[in-house]
Design a binder for this molecule. Sequence first.
Ligand code: SF4
Length: 398
Amino acid sequence: MGPTGDAGAPATGGKKAPAKAAARETAKKTAEMPVEKSVEKSVEKSVPAKRTAAKKTAARKTADGSPKPPAAKAKKTAAAKTKQSAPAKQSAPAKQSAPAKQSAATKQSAPAKQSAATKQSAPAKQSAATKQSAPAKKTSGGARAESHAAMVRRARKINRELAEVYPYAHPELDFENPFQLLVATVLSAQTTDLRVNQTTPALFAKYPTPEDLAAAVPEELEETIRPTGFFRAKARSLLGLSAALRDNFGGEVPGSLDDLVTLPGVGRKTAFVVLGNAFGVPGITVDTHFGRLVRRWKWTDQEDPVKVEAAVAEIFPKSDWTMLSHRVIFHGRRICHARKPACGACPIAPLCPAYGEGETDPEKAKKLLKYEKGGMPGQRLKPPPDYPGTPAPPLAGR
Ligand code: SF4
């Protein structure tokens, strides 16, 4: 480029040079003038523009708030000239704030929806449960998010509440010694304690000791225990366990789990009933009621009785095991029935995750209550003195 330009200069030099120089100067002056004027004009324009922007953006002051140098003013003027872009910028944070408000509203409405959805669960506890579920929702969800420690606290509270509801809880089989309790427990399989209690007076009158029972005529024994159902199988068990007591344990019921489960027809459940109620050895009795209720209460989701027993044993101290078993079974028989629990009349409803599985109408629920809670006779013909209900009647025709 240099050589080309240099070559051009001499070509345009000579006489014409002064005139061109003057023309250049004139051109420079005229070129500078509009620039200054345009700056002035733009500055003039920028002032009202800035004012307008300031008015409009009263809430969004500039980050530094300091006066801008002229150049910046000019830039601002350019920005102010495009007034449409300013609102666009304003609308951007406005749009951001709107969703923020919406999200806040949504956060409020979410628990509301939850509470509506969980209205079927325990009303009293619901407020607490709902309050807990709102933050729990952020993590992952409601009652399922209950920690093990919280479940243990709730389980122990249920036990305390049940202790107040059933201070008279007891084994519902009539018995006067370990042998009678062992026999009655074997007979209670697949039938009610009431039916066993109505059957055993005649049985124990005929066969008061293991030796007597071991020597029974099978057909006679079967006939005696027929009201309890499955009488042939049960007769075989009674004959076998009586003979084992006579032959292996000196006619006495052993007081250990290991020995008891060696007896024909005696499993862990029967053994724990005998140990807990005839020997004072703490034990958890997992029968159909116990298993159903502890699963409803989310103490465990195990179905296998041995696993249920192990899970519950971890929640409660040993000293609670026997009475806990009685209370839970009492509750299952009186209020928390298998098919239609009386939730509307349940004193532990606020602690129960399964509230609503049964009848919630208080009046209708009240009609579902059984035994002393429903104003009916109990299961025992000879209940303990503190039992508030009436004794069961003897078996009709016997
Ligand atoms: S009756 Fe209803 S509220 Fe009460 S323990 Fe049973 S399922 Fe829960």
